[in-house]
Design a binder for this molecule. Structure first.
Ligand SMILES: [Zn+2]
Ligand SMILES: [Zn+2]
Length: 830
């Protein structure tokens, strides 16, 4: 099939040649100096990788995606910051060290080297001058500095708390790191509860702003919804229930102050710090103590289950219901969670399912205080609990007959007047627990002095460096606690003996500010210079997996707000726009070593080249959706790039590299005009598709253009062909940079990345195309643009290349092809 004289597309040669040019010339580096040409700046950022082993296919997708956006922005005339770094602290490297004895620093370095090598071999346009890794002292010095800024502002604090503890990883977990079944997100073991002194960051102070400012950023709706749910704002009232015997007010938060008259008992969470004190000296003391111990080891999921039989123990005390003065009994019960509200509730069995189940089990009074509006004859115990709306009954002359919705405000107003409560807002969001009893993390820069208490390490003594240790295994305390030289120090305040904090920080702290450091990565005097941040922040386009919707993306937003309040930043939101990419699956399943279905980017790049790998992964489907890897699809893209390169090489042999001014105009006739129009159609299509992240259809448009070039190769003039192919390469550059740079240089002698993004000429955009219906076994699977002049073979090819058709062809044999020109193609498969 190949003619002898035909030049051969060799991705290895093409790719290594252009990678050398970009490395030698440091093409993608940008300075922080204001641009003399007055160009706009753009900050395009993919989430930094966690360096463990080698990059996987998800990395290829993420960085191919981000690189396309970075290139498009550059070609639109912007200066683009597109840096790279590594989220290098964390458990996998440490667990590996425990198993093998290899220092986490060494395994991390090896992994980083592998990531660097592959990013270069993929041709990602990275500004390597700003590269960083969060485990380097030059970086974590500033992580510690930020911690101390938060500490001074009262936003980092230490308190004893019931914490989630993973018995396998021997460390504390943040609430966000425990899944819905109460298991460790990392190892899947059931999480336990322990009482420990821990460091927290006061993210709850920012709940309202974290919620409200979601309206100011261009993020996917599902991510915003996940953040809203996590913050979990609810409106209601805080009401004080007084324990007269002990003279203590116990506040509860309720969203249903309209049901206060129906509160017939009072329940505290087992973690509530007062539970044991209340039971002390009563006949229930021993029973309560035992119950609390058992309850603390249950998961929140179990405890919150509506179906679960209700258990609890009376505390032997009563509190006063503030609306009617009644003494109601106090209980401890595991269905009440410390994380909600104040850790205590007023129980209204007539109007709440779980309270009702508890009251039934314990023989407690159930008092109806809301009846359906218009009255109901069936208002007896049988239909309780009643959770609908209605009018108040049995609430005294002042409130009876009021619609319960109105009572929500009226009762709160009354409580306020009486000094017994007030309107309140509650958040599900809890303060961020950052202490970890592990080695491979950023040391918390404080010391403990007997006379001075907690003393921050002075800024000039930062970083507090991780000491070298022999034994990484956690034994319920941080491995740092056994590093005696590290541990004992002197107090910066009084000079007396002191000991260092031995916990390290949650690695999410490291990644909550790295995007700031990129702006000024080599600054030794400060974490960043305000001017440098002014040039680049906020990030214009952030890209990453939707699995970070809550943790990383919430923490980074919190850091910006806190640092802005402290005068270190002058913006509130770190990421103006966010794009979340879908997963790459194989045979419909998540890739995993155990399933043996892992596609390694290194082997694909080795076999077909980086351009094919990058192009394919963006072509396989809309990039925000999950997509299934198909080897046949890879081959199709590889053939396409080969055809583009060969046809261009042939054309260049005839025309030479004849510059970027093309002698083509609307005066052209016949096939030349058709190809000219098709080229402008492709410019228009790819430009629009890139703006809406429809990379798959953008690539398909260049494929269509190339099909026309092939079809018309013998009937159009050289200059028309040169224009069409060079433009095709120019449009393909964001996705397949090496082959595109090569083709463009052959045809024009110029560098495509220095060329402006092409403009579509309006007068050439008249439609010469129609929408071809693509069917598989008679079912509509896709629609693609086909030019009016396209013959049956081209239409069949177009249909086969349509992304959703490919999905239905994979692994099947085409037995018949039906073409109705101007309308449809139907592929019959079995
Ligand atoms: Zn675990
Ligand atoms: Zn001291």
């Amino acid at each position: 099939m190949t003619e002898h004289a035909e030049p051969v597309y060799n991705p290895r040669d093409v790719e290594s040649r252009w990678q050398r040019v970009w490395a030698d010339e440091r093409t993608w580096e940008v300075s922080n100096e204001l641009d003399a040409g007055g160009r706009d700046n753009a900050y395009v950022l993919e989430m930094l990788p966690y360096p463990s082993g080698e990059p996987h296919i998800g990395h290829l997708k993420c960085y191919a995606l981000g690189d396309a956006i970075a290139h498009f922005n550059r070609r639109l005339g912007r200066r683009v910051l597109h840096p790279m770094g590594y989220d290098a602290f964390g458990l996998p490297a440490e667990n590996h060290a425990i198993k093998t004895g290899e220092h986490p620093r060494d395994s991390t370095a090896a992994s980083i080297a592998s990531f660097q090598r592959q990013f270069r071999s993929w041709g990602i346009s990275i500004d390597w001058s700003r590269e960083l890794a969060t485990h380097e002292p030059s970086y974590y010095r500033w992580t510690q500095w930020i911690f101390l800024e938060l500490f001074r502002a009262g936003l980092a604090y230490r308190k004893e708390a019931a914490v989630k503890w993973c018995p396998h990883d021997q460390t504390v977990l943040a609430n966000e790191q425990v899944d819905a079944d109460g298991r460790c997100e990392r190892c899947g073991n059931l999480v336990e509860v322990r009482q420990l002194e821990q460091w927290f960051l006061r993210i709850t102070d920012f709940a309202e702003r974290l919620l409200g400012d979601l309206d100011t950023i261009d993020w996917p709706a599902n991510v915003k919804t996940m953040q809203r749910n996590w913050i979990g704002r609810s409106e209601g009232a805080e009401v004080a229930f007084r324990c007269e015997e002990l003279g203590i007010d116990y506040p509860v938060f309720t969203t249903r102050p309209d049901t206060l008259f129906g509160a017939t008992f009072f329940v505290m969470a087992p973690e509530h710090p007062d539970v044991l004190r209340l039971a002390e000296g009563t006949e229930r003391e021993h029973e309560v103590r035992e119950y609390v111990n058992v309850a603390l080891n249950e998961t929140n999921e179990e405890r919150g289950n509506v179906e679960k039989p209700k258990t609890g123990v009376p505390l032997g005390r009563t509190v006063t219901n503030p609306v009617n003065g009644e003494q109601i009994p106090m209980y401890v019960a595991d269905y009440v969670l410390m994380e909600y509200g104040t850790g205590a509730i007023m129980a209204v069995p007539a109007h709440d399912e779980r309270d009702h189940a508890f009251a039934t089990a314990f023989g407690l009074p159930i008092r109806r205080v809301i009846e359906p509006a218009g009255g109901s004859d069936a208002a007896d115990e049988d239909v309780l609990p009643y959770t609908g709306d209605g009018v108040l009954v049995g609430c005294g002359a002042e409130f009876d007959g009021i619609a319960n919705r109105d009572a929500l405000t009226e009762i709160v107003r009354w409580l306020d007047r009486e000094g017994k409560g007030h309107g309140a807002v509650n958040y599900r969001l809890r303060d961020w627990l950052i202490s970890r009893q592990r080695y491979w993390g950023c040391p918390i820069p404080v010391v403990y002095c007997e006379s001075c208490g907690i003393v921050p390490v002075p800024a000039e003594e930062l970083p507090v460096e991780l000491p070298e240790i022999e034994d990484y295994a956690p034994r319920g305390r941080s491995p740092l606690a056994s590093a005696e030289e590290f541990l004992s120090t002197s107090c910066p305040s009084c000079g007396g003996p002191a000991r260092r904090e031995t916990d390290t920080m949650d690695t999410f702290v490291d990644s909550s500010w790295y995007f700031l450091r990129y702006c000024d990565a080599r600054n030794d005097e400060a974490p960043w210079d305000g001017g440098a941040l002014g040039e680049w922040m906020p990030v214009d386009q952030y890209i990453g997996g939707v699995e970070h919707a809550i943790l990383h993306l919430m923490y980074a937003r919190f850091f910006c707000k806190a640092l802005a309040d402290l005068g270190h930043l002058d913006f509130q939101e770190p990421f103006a726009a966010l794009f979340t990419q879908g997963m790459v699956t194989k045979d419909g399943a998540k890739m995993s070593k155990s399933k043996g279905n892992v596609v390694s980017p290194a082997s694909i790049v080795e076999r077909v080249g980086a351009d094919t790998a990058r192009c394919y992964i963006l072509f396989v489907g809309p990039p925000d959706q999950d997509a299934d890897w198909s080897d046949a699809g890879v081959e199709g893209v590889h053939r396409f790039l080969g055809r583009l390169w060969r046809l261009s090489a042939e054309t260049a042999e005839r025309t030479g590299a004849a510059g970027e001014d093309f002698d083509v105009s609307a005066e052209l006739q016949g096939e030349d005009l058709i190809l000219l129009r098709k080229t402008h159609w492709a410019i228009d299509k790819v430009s629009g598709d890139l703006r809406r992240f429809a990379f798959n259809t953008a690539i398909a448009a260049v494929m269509e253009l190339l099909n026309d070039c092939s079809r018309l190769r013998d009937s159009v003039g050289d200059e028309t062909m040169r224009f069409a192919l060079a433009t095709g390469a120019s449009l393909l550059f964001p996705f397949a940079p090496h082959v595109s740079a090569d083709v463009y240089e052959r045809l024009t002698g110029a560098r495509v990345w220095e060329a402006g993004w092409p403009d579509a000429q309006e007068e050439l955009l008249e439609s010469d195309a129609y929408e071809l219906v693509c069917q598989v076994n008679g079912k509509l699977r896709d629609r693609v643009q086909a030019s009016t002049g396209a013959g049956p073979d081209e239409l069949k090819e177009l249909c086969k290349l349509a992304p959703n058709v490919q999905a239905h062809l994979d692994g099947k044999e085409i037995v018949k092809e039906i073409v109705v020109p101007g309308k449809l193609v139907n592929l019959v498969v079995k």
